[in-house]
Design a protein around this ligand. Sequence first.
Ligand SMILES: Cc1cc2nc3c(=O)[nH]c(=O)nc-3n(C[C@H](O)[C@H](O)[C@H](O)COP(=O)(O)O)c2cc1C
Length: 305
Amino acid sequence: MSGLEVTLGKLHLKNPIMPASGTFAEQMTNYIDVNQLGAIIPKSITKHRRTGNPTPRICETKAGGMINSIGIQSEGLTYFKEKTIPFYASFSTPFIPSVSADSIEEFTEVCEELGEMDEVDAIELNISCPNLKNNGVAFGMDPSVSYELVNRVRKVIKKPIIPKLSPNVTSIAEIARACEAAGADILTVSNTFIAMSIDVHTRKPKISNVMGGYSGPAILPLVVRLVYQVHQASSLPIIGCGGVMTGEDAVELMLAGASAVQIGTASFVDPEAMITIREEIEEYMKLHGIKDIQEIIGGVMVHKP
Ligand SMILES: Cc1cc2nc3c(=O)[nH]c(=O)nc-3n(C[C@H](O)[C@H](O)[C@H](O)COP(=O)(O)O)c2cc1C
């Protein structure tokens, strides 16, 4: 397998495919060879143990995809350091924990501890989680809060930091620029779209938290647009995330400007999806005589009058 290597700042990946946080668990290693992935990103962790939201927490949507409101169920940092990190350390694939927190202080504390561990290659910041000190508005919905968060984390760790942007904003370009100015190394674009679904027979929302995050194939065109806008607004490498079900979907995100791609909902449909998608990218490259996948990053041809 050659020509699939990608470089995102200081991160070198053997291929651009990795799981989206929250859609990959240790049990998945029974189905796929983790060493064939570009990176491993487990579910977001928090400082303390959290049970998450009451059920039902997931529903399917007719247009394709799902709404979830798991509510960051987490075993907490101590368990993560003692059990999860040693488990993943046996693989040769770069390991990127995802961190969620209720405050900037907690983000900083958790990132500082993780940043000191050799097994950790970079940290993704789930800035889409609610900021309890700001009426529950997500950190990543406000450019100045995003700046402060990333800047504080930057001061305590040297490893690459990857804010995962929220799509639920008026201008994602503004948030991307704030994160870049604060010292982010890479950007993940993006998290889920806030959505709601109602059972018309019971008249109740389909998930207990009323609203949740929409993911799956229906959001791909929305994410292609976000990646394209962020690529134009910032010089940071981008990890595209949202709606990728096939190799061609992944290529679309890369043409829009992503250097790597995360796969989420597709793995629930087929646990081997990440491997299939990687193979489909290789087929696309063969078809178009592309020797180095990096050639296609940001390669969309937009002819403006
Ligand atoms: C069940 C579920 C749990 C998720 N948990 C997290 C999480 O803990 N942290 C996070 O940053 N994103 C989480 N996400 C969002 C995904 O990482 C990803 O951004 C989203 O699913 C869009 O990608 P997809 O369309 O390929 O699924 C979760 C998504 C799903 C479906």
